[in-house]
Design a protein around this ligand. Structure first.
Ligand code: DAT
Ligand code: MG
Length: 140
């Protein structure tokens, strides 16, 4: 067990439905602490850069469209095994496959509008945190 940081995002489908507080409550109750946070309406360019790993996938256009459709909350979560813990409470990508009690099971509208993003590994967590935050904005 170790204290880690992970990058998390509350997506436009969730901010639009005023679910920001409900989602953060689940994260905090899971032992994760918000150590950086800001509300961002990302540009097309920012969304394409952030999701560059998916640029050849058939859903890329739809993904960029959805991520730029409204405000997101970008944040850094810190805690024991934060990367895996956050993925666990998020649930599966497709809400139809997400376990009971997970954020996506409770709130996601579809596989594309699935309410939250979370880093999947230490390398992507470091990259994604650096994409949105400077070192001084992360206050642990
Ligand atoms: P995750 O967000 O669980 O890490 P991912 O990295 O495979 O999932 O995909 C990134 C996002 O892209 C996902 O949260 C929603 C969208 N997406 C993935 N697969 C999709 C599909 N088949 N149709 C539409 N959007 C999809
Ligand atoms: Mg992913």
């Amino acid at each position: 067990m170790s204290i880690e940081r992970t990058f998390s995002m509350i997506k436009p489908d969730a901010t639009r439905r005023n679910l920001t507080g409900a989602i953060i409550k689940i994260m905090e109750e899971a032992g994760l602490t918000v150590v950086a946070s800001k509300r961002v309406w990302m540009s097309r360019r920012e969304a394409e850069g952030f999701y560059a790993v998916h640029k050849e996938r058939p859903f890329f256009g739809e993904l960029v469209e959805s991520m730029t459709s409204g405000p997101t909350v970008v944040q850094v979560l810190q805690g024991e095994n934060a990367i895996a813990r956050n993925r666990e409470i998020m649930g599966a990508t497709n809400p139809a496959d997400a376990a009971e009690g997970t954020i996506r099971k409770e709130f996601a509208l579809s596989i594309g509008e699935n309410s939250v993003h979370g880093s999947d590994a230490p390398e992507t967590a470091a990259q994604e945190i650096a994409y949105w935050f400077s070192e001084t904005e992360v206050v642990g």
